[in-house]
Design a protein around this ligand. Sequence first.
Ligand code: HEM
Length: 110
Amino acid sequence: MATADIEVGDMVVKEGDAVVVSTAAANWDESVFAHPEKLDFDRDAGHQQPAFGHGIHRCIAQNLARVELEIVFNTLFARVPGLRLAAPVEELSFKDGALLYGIHSLPVTW
Ligand code: HEM
């Protein structure tokens, strides 16, 4: 809820207006990320990406989560080096609801 008129990008949010942030839109801004639809582990996202939230409630365990994911993926690909998709990407179905983005199922083989 805006406590005063405030400019956000090229819009003005008026005092008393409520703002609902679309988490599903996060990280898809082409003016911030080139080719946001591409999975790019080498992308320099810096502190611009909002996956761990923002401000005082920013994820307290973000560094733990990053280390956990690094261990998970490194271990998975080391143990199953031939891991690959078992279906064409075009045939995969994605969750496109407002709250969480993801994939319904991921058929793999090795
Ligand atoms: C990839 C993994 C994770 C993601 C994407 C993530 C994402 C987030 C986000 C977006 C918030 C902010 C929520 C808000 O603003 O209301 C948050 C807060 C929080 N996260 Fe995580 N999180 C992850 C892993 C973890 C883990 C592993 C822990 C604990 C072991 C954790 C503990 C917390 C706590 C306690 C808060 C609340 C912080 C506060 O309100 O001050 N998170 N997380």
